[in-house]
Structures are given as C-alpha cells and as structure tokens.
Design a binder for this molecule. Sequence first.
Ligand code: AP5
Ligand code: MG
Length: 213
Amino acid sequence: MRLIFLGAPGAGKGTIAAAAGKEHGIPPVSTGDLFREAVKNGTELGRQVKGIMERGELVPDELTVALVRERFRSPDTAAGFILDGFPRTIPQAEALDSFQSIDAVINFLVGDDVVVRRLSGRRVCRNCGAIYHVENMPPRKEGVCDRCGGELYIRDDDRIDSIRNRLRVYREQTAPLVDYYRRRGLLHDIDSAKSVEDTLLQLRPLLRKLKAG
Ligand code: AP5
Ligand code: MG
C-alpha cells in the first residue's frame, strides 16, 4: 500500500499515520518529522529550514523532493508507506510521479476552528515523536511520553500566528492537490473532525479494499 495523507495542518495526519502504519506494518514518512530531525541535529539542511518552518512557510521544492528521494532509498519503504505531509505543491506531486507510483490519497477534512484547538494543545515527544494533546490525548504523566519517558514539548510552529500562516499556505499551495489527485481517481475523502477511533473506522474498509487489490 503506497499512500499519501493530504490535509490541513492539525487535521490528524501524523496521529492516524502512526496508528494505520502500525496496523498494516508500513512506515509513515513525514517530511515535517525529517526536517525537524535535521533541525535538532544541527545539519546544514536543518540550518536552511529552521526559520522557514517556524514561520509556517514551505521549504523549497528542490530540498523537499531531494529529502524524500533519499528517504525512499531505505528498503523499509519497499512494501508500502504512508507519505504524511508530502507532496504539498503541484511541482512536488509531479516530481513524485516521476519516481514513485501511488495507490491512494486520503484527504483529511477538518474545519479551521478544530485545527486551531488541536494545534494549540499539541505536545510532541522530543525523543520518539509521539503526538499528544493536553485535553484530547493527554499523557499519563504531564510533560512525559507514555511510550519512552521522553520530554514533551510544544512545536515552534504551534504558535497562533504560525498556525494562521500554515492554514493560509495550505489553502494557497497545497489545496490544489485535491483536484490533482481527484482527476486521477486516487482521492478518498475522510471526515477527520471526528475522534481518532472514528477516523480510523472510516479508513479501515478503504485500506482493506486496497490491500485486496
Ligand atoms: P508538518 O510537520 O507536516 O506539519 P503540518 O502539515 O502543519 O501538519 P501537522 O503535523 O501540524 O498536523 P497533523 O495533521 O500531522 O496533525 P497531528 O496528528 O499532529 O510540517 C511542518 C513544516 O515543515 C511545514 O510548515 C513546512 O515548513 C515544512 N514541510 C513539511 N513538509 C513539507 C513539504 N512537503 N514541502 C515543503 N515544506 C514542508 O494532530 C494535531 C493535534 O491534534 C495533536 O495534538 C493530536 O493529538 C490531536 N488530534 C489528532 N487527531 C485528533 C482527533 N481525531 N481528535 C482529537 N484530537 C486529535
Ligand atoms: Mg504531522
């Protein structure tokens, strides 16, 4: 299963990719996570993208496509993957088409008010990347990851000005991909304003069908 998760910031792509990836034994590939890793490690790429990410703008297409191409060299993606947050522009989608085929694109639908509430309360594990929410998905112990005991932090781009900018960037640069993939017959809408379990309930039959071919 070669999947793309498409949707606004805070739609729940990362949360559902982690759960569905585990259920189906395929790795989530999040360009946002890969960029954050580069920032954390202080690499040249990290230095280039840090400010862009904090402002909620998009990293240039060449850098992003090169990163994904590199990630696909790793053998764990051979049996399938969930691309989370890539592609995000038409040129990125065209570049992807040139080196990788896709079975389905899941379009996560959610309103801006829900996005703002979700992102304002998000906490992420600095060590393993697990995603929490102070109200919707609180960790057992405040500030500490249930999975690995790592420290939970607030992403630099989860400030209200950056959230608003990310929503604008999504509408202008990423939303055109909805039509791009609908025209190709690959798009499946899901209502992701629902709970995590209800979102997974919509996704499961779809993935079963894909798996059965
Ligand atoms: P990226 O990391 O991809 O951020 P994003 O698209 O803004 O999406 P998020 O990760 O914020 O949201 P999500 O949909 O994963 O939601 P989550 O599951 O965490 O990108 C960050 C930056 O990197 C970009 O701004 C850009 O600068 C750069 N970048 C990345 N990819 C790029 C590309 N292709 N091209 C150029 N630049 C790129 O959930 C959010 C919160 O809600 C959590 O707290 C969670 O617990 C909670 N939650 C989730 N689902 C539910 C639910 N069903 N019910 C209640 N709460 C829920
Ligand atoms: Mg995410």
